[in-house]
Design a protein around this ligand. Structure first.
Ligand SMILES: Cc1ncc(C[n+]2csc(CCOP(=O)(O)OP(=O)(O)O)c2C)c(N)n1
Length: 359
């Protein structure tokens, strides 16, 4: 695969299964195996139910905030499923469904968003960085970890998730630049969902596509239909294999849409038309794969029923885990700041303990 083959600076996003569930021809990407497609469908259905449950938990005061990824399931699920156990994932606040699809327990995924001081899981054990709220810093982390792995002779790969808005950050450019210079084993997946909170893409960049940002750094870049799980998976698999083989980083820009508001604290009707949302509903990532699989006898009513039951079970598990009152030790937030705590920190710890005795 030459760099030229991966550079469609103005081309249409690559689609393998279109919005009507029909196979679309591509000379750039290969349709994944049937079993991969069935797995992607299952994970998207389960992920969407999880996302709906997490949104409900914000209304019950069990989560401080939740950024929904409804509509972006193809990206979330493909990113998680393309990785091997030894690979690293660097998610953002919007990527809880990717973590669930990677097999992390719902309570661990939602601990941070419930307001705890830590991310709920052991990043090293799970090979999953904490969900990153500062935009684009995870790109730098991914390049550092990937480069270090290469120096140690490992062939693991780092996949970093960002939004379109995050690509305007200096950190995004620095990460792409050093990934290119070092040929770091990093896959950049930009979920271009059209908005950075209320800021539309047209106000974010004058480039014809975000893929140019990779191209400018010598990073081969592709644009895919981000609501087509088959295309996102195929692009990421190609990128992962290139990285693992020592061929360096790849950027995948996935064109998608955030169906819900930025978070539960946002009112999206203030900056976008309902007609736009309705148009994207017709390009739903789950619906199109359902049609494709059903037409080929790979999905039937019984399988769908069983899948819905599995999704309900995960939602119930999420509810009961988050509804249980967990003991919180206010002093724990001081525990991992320094190997030897400084005097000022020891004093603050004592103050917190004293105040919490009074409340
Ligand atoms: C460095 C930094 N600046 C500003 C913010 C505030 N902020 C939080 S989310 C967001 C929009 C990000 O949009 P995008 O990267 O497109 O991701 P999306 O939320 O659409 O997934 C902004 C500006 C932040 N978290 N970090």
């Amino acid at each position: 695969m030459t760099t030229e083959n991966l550079l469609p600076p103005t081309g249409r996003p690559i689609t393998l299964i279109d919005a009507d569930g029909h196979a679309a021809d591509s000379d750039q990407l290969k349709l994944p195996d049937e079993q991969v497609l069935v797995g992607l469908f299952e994970a998207m259905v389960i992920g969407r139910r999880f996302d709906q449950q997490a949104t409900a938990l914000t209304k019950q005061g069990r989560l401080a905030v939740y950024p929904s990824s409804r509509g972006q399931e193809a990206c979330q699920v493909a990113a998680a499923r393309v990785l091997r156990a030894e690979d690293w994932l660097f998610p953002t606040y919007r990527d809880s469904v990717a973590l669930v699809s990677r097999g992390l327990p719902p309570l661990e995924v939602l601990t941070l968003l419930a307001g705890d001081w830590h991310c709920g899981y052991d990043p090293i054990e799970r090979r999953t960085a904490p969900q990153c709220t500062p935009l684009a810093t995870n790109g730098l982390h991914a390049v550092g970890v990937g480069h270090a792995a290469r120096l140690r002779g490992e062939d693991s790969v780092c996949l970093v998730l960002t939004g379109d808005g995050a690509t305007s950050e200096g950190d995004a450019h620095e990460a792409l630049n050093f990934a290119g210079v070092w040929k770091a084993p990093v896959v950049f997946l930009i979920q271009n969902n059209g908005y950075a909170i209320s800021v539309p893409l047209a106000k974010q960049t004058a480039a014809a596509s975000l893929a140019y940002k990779g191209i400018g750094c010598g990073v081969p870049s592709m644009i895919v239909d981000g609501n087509d799980a088959a295309a996102v998976y195929a692009a990421l698999e190609l990128a992962r294999d290139r990285a693992a083989a020592g061929e360096g980083p790849t950027l995948v820009e996935a064109i998608t849409y955030r169906m819900e508001a930025h978070t539960n604290a946002d009112d999206a009707s203030r900056y976008r038309e309902q007609s736009e949302v309705d148009a994207w509903r017709r390009r739903d990532p789950i619906d199109r794969l359902r049609i494709y699989l059903s037409d080929r006898g790979l999905l039937d009513d019984t399988a769908e029923r069983e899948l819905a039951e599995a999704a309900e079970q995960l939602a119930a598990q999420t509810r009961s885990a988050l509804n249980a009152d967990r003991p919180i030790d206010p002093a724990a937030m001081f525990d991992h700041v320094y190997g030897t705590p400084r005097a000022a920190l020891r004093a603050q710890r004592a103050m917190v303990l004293e105040e919490s005795k009074q409340s």
